[in-house]
Design a binder for this molecule. Structure first.
Ligand code: ADP
Length: 633
């Protein structure tokens, strides 16, 4: 059978280079990765056989085996699991499917120090490739269960790999590492030492549910084949008494199921007894994965039934806004061949989802009171996702609001909770104010903020796209209305007793003619022109009606392919601004208002620009503006 040579995909080659030059300081973990893959392969075989009884596969003794050959300096990890077809080997091993790879590599190049590199590489499970940290050549022999022909893959990690069809491959996969030359300085990292292998497996892979066996090397004078020894206890962590399991053990399980190289931020255990018994072991990761917001992000926890693995990514067990949570749920009374469709409708599963959701939220709450820093990390990484729940999960809205925090004008860098905001509210302030926008800076400079800044009224600064949606949907917090400072009538002086209401009355009469005339002129774009109490320095701003969609939200709906009518907005003028005063004067005095009409149009465009929007006809705006500037010279 001919051997064909292929080139690694560019990203794959770059990752391999990183492995070979070993940016990761803890090399022991390569074994964890290979064992983890082998264990997954055994899980897959069991499931496939469950679905398709006619599959011609040997399931008599599923196990993982580790062989050491001291003389040849090779280490082999073998499983009799699902295996890979010829095409699969090329696809799975020769390329990197993860879309975050390019971004990851970029960040890695930019990382300045070793610590940064370690952190980054940890974010990115390099799985199989990690073998190249300790080996200068890797060969893989595999045969997919049910197929007759096997495949041999081999590479020195230098840009190419070879593929060859073989006739006599056993079912499953064996990965052989041709270890780099021994380092006499560093005996600790001798991967041909059974002692070392035993230690690594115990530390990283003890909970693996399939036996991991090692056959000791034959010593010269001893004839018969030595008995293989099983290296792992195979005990499910979630079924062991809590005080018997160390944090490290939990963390290793997390790394196995979460495909993460770093410790989780939080481990959550839950035991439910009674009519429907289950155990859950959930983890909050310390970092959001790159693809958290992509459509094909795999969400959900692993489902077991009485210690038997049933499915990965079981999305029925947690709501979409908790899609970053990893873990295991082991239920006592489910059928072994439940399908995803059945799960979606199962009443018990529904109960579990509600309980697990509440448990995750209460854990975050606890983190918030006990460990500010950890909570801060959590919210920074996952706050945006969690806020989706404010829109989709009415039942837990209050619990989510209780753990949410937001940037605010109160502090430059430290976010505030709604509770803290309410505690700081001024006498007479009845509502919670917020403004949405693209960035903190653009919001702070928005004209809508002027009166609030002058009066020292705190405003929440919301910059996530989802903020537009939830703030509208939620409406209030503990009886206090959530109000956008860019929507509806804002009259911060209404309660003053200094006669400002009378002044306002007078001003309105003063300007009535101009306001009516401008409304007519700008009718195509806006539905009203009125005097503003939001402004102190800007001449004008545009606001939305209290119940209309904001422009950002309109855009979001359009981006999602929904047709929404463009809501006309309201132009507000600052009656204390010289430009507005002058305009009113000219309006009253002049017969020919052609030029005034242009000024009105310019004023409107300026208001749109000030909130970060775009004038409707930029070219026309520029021309009018340039004419004016020229005349002012
Ligand atoms: P990951 O495990 O994170 O997906 P890897 O690079 O370790 O990434 O593996 C890529 C893919 O190759 C796996 O998802 C799996 O489909 C396949 N694979 C790796 N090792 C094995 C194995 N021992 N048996 C069967 N398939 C395997």
């Amino acid at each position: 059978m001919p051997t064909e040579t292929f080139e690694f995909q560019v990203e794959a080659r770059q990752l391999l280079q990183l492995m070979i030059h070993s940016v990761y300081s803890n090399k022991d973990v390569f074994l964890r990765e290979l064992v983890s893959n082998a264990s997954d392969a055994l899980d897959k075989l069991r499931l496939e056989k469950l679905w398709d009884d006619s599959l011609d596969a040997d399931l008599s003794d599923p196990h993982i085996e580790i062989d050491i050959d001291k003389d040849a300096r090779t280490l082999t990890v073998r499983d009799n699991g699902i295996g890979m077809s010829y095409d699969e080997v090329g696809q799975l091993i020769g390329t990197i499917a993860n879309s975050g790879t390019a971004q990851f590599l970029q960040e890695l190049r930019e990382a300045k120090d070793k610590a940064g590199e370690d952190g980054l590489i940890g974010q990115f499970g390099v799985g199989f490739y990690s073998g190249f940290m300790v080996a200068d050549e890797v060969t893989l022999l595999t045969r997919r269960a049910g197929e007759s022909q096997g495949t041999r893959w081999s590479s020195r990690g230098e840009g190419t790999y070879t593929l060859e069809k073989v006739d006599d491959a056993p079912q499953g996969t064996s990965v052989t590492l041709h270890l780099k030359p021994a380092d006499p300085e560093n005996q600790l990292h001798d991967y041909t030492s059974p002692w070392k292998i035993r230690e690594i497996i115990k530390r990283y892979s003890d909970f693996i549910t399939w036996p991991i066996r090692m056959v000791p090397e034959k010593s010269g004078d001893d004839a018969g084949t030595p008995e293989p020894e099983t290296l792992n206890s195979m005990k499910a962590l979630w079924a062991r008494p809590r005080d018997e399991v160390s944090d490290d053990e939990y963390h290793e399980l997390y790394k196995h199921i979460g495909h993460d190289w770093r410790d989780p931020l939080e481990t959550i255990r839950l035991q439910a007894e009674g009519t429907f018994e289950y155990q859950a072991l959930l983890f909050l990761p310390a970092h959001a994965p790159h693809d958290l917001f992509t459509r094909d992000f795999k969400r959900g926890v692993q489902l077991y039934v009485k210690r038997v693995f049933i499915m990965d990514d079981c999305e029925a067990l947690l709501p979409p806004y908790l899609r970053f949570v990893k873990g295991v749920v082991d239920a006592a009374d489910l059928s072994l061949n439940v399908s995803r469709e059945i799960l979606q409708q199962d009443r018990h599963i529904e109960m579990m989802r509600r309980r697990l959701t509440k448990k995750v939220l209460s854990t975050v709450k606890e983190m918030m009171t006990k460990d500010q820093e950890r909570y801060g990390t959590f919210w920074r990484e996952f706050g945006t996702v969690l806020k989706e729940g404010l829109v989709t999960d009415a039942e837990n809205r209050d619990a989510i609001l209780a753990v949410a925090s937001f940037a605010s004008t109160h502090h430059d860098t430290e976010p505030t909770t709604l509770k803290q905001y309410v505690e700081r509210m001024k006498d007479g302030q009845e509502d919670i104010y917020y403004l949405t926008g693209e960035s903190r800076q653009s919001i702070e400079n928005s004209p809508h903020m002027e009166a609030f800044r002058e009066r020292g009224i705190e405003v929440l600064l919301l910059t996530d796209p989802v903020d537009e949606v939830w703030a509208d949907a939620v409406g209030e917090y503990e009886g206090k209305k959530l109000r956008s400072v860019a929507k509806g009538q804002i009259d911060l002086d209404a309660k003053d007793e200094d006669g400002s209401d009378d002044d306002r009355e007078k001003q309105t009469q003063e300007y009535a003619g101009l306001l009516g005339w401008m409304k007519e002129r700008l009718d195509e774009d806006i539905k009203d022109v009125r005097l503003s109490s939001r402004l102190t320095v800007s001449p004008a701003c545009v606001v939305s009606d209290a119940h209309d969609l904001t422009p950002a939200l309109e855009n979001m709906y359009r981006a999602m392919g929904q047709e929404v009518p463009r809501a006309k907005r309201i132009l507000e003028l600052n009656p204390d601004h010289q430009l507005v005063k002058g305009l009113n004067q000219a309006y009253k005095e002049r017969e020919d208002r052609t030029e005034l009409a242009e000024t009105a149009e310019l004023l409107y465009s300026l208001a749109v620009l000030a909130e970060g929007g775009q004038p409707k006809e930029p070219a026309r705006f520029v021309k009018l503006m340039a004419d004016r500037l020229e005349r002012a010279l």
